[in-house]
Design a protein around this ligand. Structure first.
Ligand code: SF4
Ligand code: SF4
Length: 196
């Protein structure tokens, strides 16, 4: 289990390096304090993706409290988000270093169109605040393959596949993030108990 979670962490570090390079090449950057995407009720993760987060909660002694909050919550929004403005669009992730795959790629990655070519999945805040960078990036990705390769855009499907291959059993089914987290905390806690 520990080596499996370490392998996920190593993949996340590689993913972060690629998204950072892509951000620098594209000019895409999040406005300070923005957390609007964390408000979405559509954030999903596999159990595998949130195992690093589950381990972190257990090691911090926060697992019981998190499980109770997850059981009580009727909100589809991620319980790890800490809103810092009235409308909630400003805020912070309380578990940033161990956040799952979608949270690492959102706004800085592409999906494939029907021909297999990358299409930037720009977030609405980037489209609003950085229309020129979004347009330029879309143009580069849609142009000659060499230009697109030079920008080296992270692909959602490639990273999701690489991650799921670490453990297909827990790495395939996508669940609402709170549900995935609850299952991951229970799974990790059970494994720890079995270790005595
Ligand atoms: S990805 Fe978009 S919504 Fe999310 S923090 Fe960045 S700018 Fe805000
Ligand atoms: S884990 Fe963090 S980044 Fe991801 S949705 Fe929750 S608060 Fe946002």
């Amino acid at each position: 289990m520990e080596s499996l979670i370490d392998a996920i962490g190593a993949l996340y570090a590689e993913m972060d390096r690629q998204t950072a390079a892509f951000a620098a090449a594209s000019g895409l950057v999040c406005p300070p304090g923005c957390g609007a995407c964390c408000l979405s009720p559509a954030v999903e993760a596999t159990v595998l993706e949130v195992l690093p987060l589950a381990r972190w909660l257990v090691h911090q002694g926060q697992a019981e409290r998190a499980l109770a909050a997850l059981a009580e919550s009727r909100s589809p929004q991620c319980l790890m988000y800490q809103p810092q403005s009235e409308d909630g669009t400003q805020g912070r992730c309380s578990v940033y270093g161990v956040r799952p795959l979608l949270c690492r790629l959102f706004g800085f990655a592409a999906v494939r169109d029907r021909t297999g070519a990358p299409r930037l999945a720009a977030c609405w805040r980037h489209q609003e605040t950085l229309p020129e960078a979004v347009a330029r990036t879309r143009q580069v990705l849609g142009s000659a393959p060499d230009d697109a390769n030079a920008m080296d855009v992270p692909m959602f499907d490639t990273w999701a596949l690489r991650l799921s291959q670490i453990d297909p059993h827990y790495g395939t089914e996508r669940l609402p993030i709170n549900e995935a987290l609850g299952r991951a905390v229970q799974y990790y806690g059970l494994w720890q108990q079995m270790q005595g």
